[in-house]
Design a protein around this ligand. Structure first.
Ligand SMILES: C[S@@+](CC[C@H](N)C(=O)[O-])C[C@H]1O[C@@H](n2cnc3c(N)ncnc32)[C@H](O)[C@@H]1O
Length: 285
């Protein structure tokens, strides 16, 4: 095994260790399962699939079925792929859709070619040591005209700015919280789930080692395997959590203000790009 094959395999083993430990509490611990977050993804999916057929969908790094739960009301056939069996054991396979779950690495899994109308990867790509084999597999498995939607990966431009701040200086809690997320997240996970910091770092290689996903690089990598018409999505701006959780305001007022702010920051892209924590994209075959 070469050094890079070993690190590729190490990232997979680290992911299995981390996600096997987290599987039982995953759906309640992870904020993307909150109603407003699910609603956002539902509306992106509903809008995006207007352009395609809805026979077969592929969910890469499906975990406990966050995307599958949304996709099952649109698609007749769903394939989920994940390396952690303990996560896939939690997938709710009820409903009318045929749901097939494959325990495999998304970079090496053998999938039917020119078969899927839609592919998804939610809060997943940053867990890969190398995203390119997964991009290639995804491209081959999609039908011509099919779409690939990926979302909730760490935005490198945001993390660059946070890392450039002097942690000794005084900042508002909005900023301090983000600095802590860079410096102490792995320690929190170690305390909560008993997973060693090094393993956690390996399990999120694209975030902790590469510093997040960078639009230009992702675009070049996607285009290199054949994807086109790539549209990037930026989500969750700095301070949004404080605004959404501001108990001095009615919930509906908080959510409306948060959406208004998002709207203006989105209009201000690419200038505002570094203010968003997450990046996603929709790419076509
Ligand atoms: C943060 S979870 C996201 C799960 C789900 N997509 C969601 O939105 O809740 C990342 C998932 O990726 C899986 N994973 C990590 N590396 C993988 C790989 N190389 N191939 C397939 N799955 C992988 C993990 O087992 C885990 O279930």
């Amino acid at each position: 095994m070469t050094e890079s094959e070993k690190t590729y395999q190490d990232a997979i083993e680290a992911n299995i260790a981390v996600h096997s430990a987290m599987a039982d509490e995953y759906n309640t611990a992870e904020p993307h399962f909150r109603e407003e977050s699910v609603n956002r993804v539902k509306s992106i999916v509903a809008e995006t699939i207007k352009r395609i057929n809805t026979d077969h969908v592929l969910d890469l790094g499906c975990g406990t079925g966050f995307m599958i739960n949304i996709l099952k009301s649109h698609f007749s056939n769903i394939t989920g792929v994940d390396v952690t069996q303990a996560m896939m054991d939690k997938v709710d396979t009820s409903g009318n859709a045929n749901i097939e779950l494959i325990n495999s690495d998304t970079g090496s899994v053998k999938l039917a070619e020119n078969h899927y109308d839609f592919a998804t990867a939610y809060t997943f790509l940053d867990h890969l040591y190398d995203m390119n084999p997964t991009f290639q597999n995804c491209y081959k498995s999609l039908k011509k005209g099919g779409l690939f939607y990926a979302d909730l990966s760490p935005n490198a431009y945001f993390w660059d700015e946070i890392k450039n701040l002097d942690p000794q200086k005084e900042y508002d809690e909005i900023i301090k919280r983000e600095i802590r997320a860079v410096t102490a997240k792995d320690e929190e996970i170690e305390a909560q789930f008993g997973i060693k910091k090094e393993i956690f770092t390996q399990a999120e290689h694209q975030k902790h080692v590469e510093g997040g996903l960078r639009e230009e690089k992702v675009k070049a990598d996607l285009e290199a395997v054949g994807f086109k018409n790539i549209q990037f999505i930026y989500h969750w701006y700095v301070g949004q959590a404080q605004l959404v959780n501001d108990k001095s305001l009615e919930r509906s007022v908080r959510l409306e203000r948060a959406n208004t702010m998002h709207h203006y920051l989105e209009k201000s892209l690419p200038l505002s790009r570094h203010l968003f924590k997450y990046i996603g994209f929709i790419a076509g075959k």
